[in-house]
Write a protein that binds this ligand. Structure first.
Ligand code: ADP
Length: 480
């Protein structure tokens, strides 16, 4: 999982949790407010019925019904207060029925028809009913006084409460999605911000290779596991660098040390073979074949030495402006004899100015290795073409031959160290499979891309694009 998808996942979880919280808080607020408003309304209705009860209890038994009704109307002013009041004396004598409320919130007659006195079972029961299509809350209680059994019903319209709750729903419908969107955006940014050091660490780690092991990961001064991780990784890189340098030094020293005895052996053998009359023909032949092996060994050792120096980053110590056309021409002239010996023509007509910045000796090595292969793997009568050109961004070098080509299956490996397409076809020519890996190493030190196109029995084309300016990383690599 890369850091982006990690940020995305963490952000998504955070958003989900926050969204669930928002929804729960929203729903809780709605039901809490609803409950609060309902119980407030119930209290208010309860107080009204208590007032009516007091009037009834305090009225003497012979008080006329109209006087009781008048007293209740006076004290409660139900129409002005948008309240419903109905007072009934058992077994069904209607004493008071409030008129239409001033806000027109309900129809008193319709309410009166719904709550029957029989529905109230005992004196102490207080019942609250929400009358469906009238949107009302009605409480009813039964009391007994000296003048008889009464049912007091008080009620009110639910419309004001519903209006408040509807407004709350509208508000939540706007607020919740906006909060969730903000939470999602904020969550993603937050997680991205928190993962930024990891992002920097991984980008830095991607830049690292065996060529620039001196680079270090940025240490995040967070005081947590991330800081410890970056410090441990840097320590590990330090140890890795030391061990790579030790093995590089060993390879360079070993190759260097091998050169002297090899030169001595070669010299002795050459002297021996020059002194031909002293030797039998068979011995002469044997010395000749040992000399061939020594030459191969020399080639191998100098290849190893070149690679170990390249690995140590020596290539770009002194970069200079080099015209690839001039370099290719002079190198080809030096190797022309070798080609002509094998009946191969070198075509230099495609050499155009191609200024690049780099190490002249190393760039020459590229041309030598590619030309050497082209000569080795092209039959007599074939042609090798060298081309150079430049555009705004790159200098391009191409080496083409009409030789035996490279099978498609081997192309991805030809730049690997010690890789030979067929042991036979290059061993005969003294190849150890290092030539193209040296080319590749020099190219990467110059920030150049190498591209190979080859067809069996038709030939090969190596194309290298050198950047006009060296990227800082390559200059860094040279110091690594
Ligand atoms: P070597 O030094 O043994 O030639 P290289 O690394 O230069 O090794 O090449 C690797 C292999 O790629 C060689 O064994 C050879 O078979 C193949 N090769 C390289 N250049 C060419 C070419 N121009 N034509 C055909 N085969 C090639």
């Amino acid at each position: 999982m890369n850091h982006r998808s990690l940020a995305f996942r963490l952000g998504a979880w955070y958003t989900l949790l926050l969204s669930v919280t928002f929804v729960l808080v929203g729903t809780g607020t709605y039901y809490g407010l609803r409950q609060y408003l309902h119980s407030n309304l119930q209290d208010s209705l309860r107080r009204r019925s208590t007032e009516v009860e007091q009037i009834l209890v305090q009225s003497p038994a012979d008080t006329p019904d109209s006087a009781i009704a008048q007293e209740i109307k006076l004290r409660l002013a139900p129409e002005a207060n948008n309240r419903f009041v109905r007072l009934t004396r058992a077994p069904g004598k209607l004493i008071l029925l409030s008129g239409p409320p001033s806000d027109g919130g309900f129809n008193s007659l319709a309410v009166a028809a719904r709550v029957a006195p029989g529905a109230i079972r005992s004196n102490s029961v207080f019942a609250t009913n929400i009358i469906g299509d009238q949107h009302m809350m009605v409480s009813a209680r039964r009391i007994g006084t000296a003048s008889g059994q009464y049912v007091i019903e008080t009620g009110t319209s639910m419309k004001p409460i519903e209006a408040v709750l509807d407004r709350l729903i509208d508000l939540l419908a706007i607020l919740l999605p906006s909060l969730i969107i903000c939470a999602a955006g904020g969550g993603y940014l937050l997680v991205k911000w928190a993962l930024r050091p990891v992002d920097r660490l991984s980008r830095m780690a991607e830049q690292m290779s065996l060529q620039n092991l001196s680079l270090r990961l940025p240490v995040v001064p967070s005081g947590d596991a991330l800081e410890r991780l970056s410090i441990s990784l840097n320590n590990m890189l330090g140890r890795l660098r030391d061990s790579v340098q030790t093995s590089r030094r060993f390879l360079a020293d070993a190759s260097h040390e091998l050169r002297t005895p090899l030169t001595v052996i070669k010299g002795e053998l050459q002297e021996l073979s020059a002194d031909a009359p002293l030797m039998s023909a068979e011995l002469h032949e044997r010395v000749g074949s040992v000399l061939e092996e020594v030459a191969r060994l020399e080639h191998l050792v100098s290849g190893l030495l070149a690679l170990s120096r390249l690995d140590a980053g020596e290539a770009l110590r002194e970069p200079a402006d080099v015209d690839l056309a001039v370099l290719a021409k002079s190198t080809a002239e030096q190797m022309r004899l070798m080609a002509e010996d094998r009946g191969i023509v070198i075509d230099l007509s495609g050499l155009g100015r191609a200024m690049v910045r780099g190490d002249q000796a190393r760039l020459k090595q590229i041309i030598v290795n590619l030309l050497d292969n082209a000569i080795k793997f092209t039959q007599p009568g074939g042609t090798i073409t060298l081309r150079t050109a430049e555009d705004d961004t790159a200098g391009v070098l191409e080496v083409l031959d009409t030789g035996i080509g490279i099978p498609a299956s081997a192309i991805p490996q030809v730049f690997d160290r010690f890789f030979r397409v067929e042991e036979g076809r290059s061993r005969e020519d003294g190849g150890a499979g290092l030539g193209l890996s040296i080319v590749k190493s020099i190219c990467s030190m110059h920030g150049a891309d190498i591209d190979l196109h080859s067809e069996l029995d038709r030939g090969s084309r190596f194309r290298i694009r050198f950047p006009r300016r060296l990227a800082p990383v390559h200059e860094l690599a040279s110091q690594g």
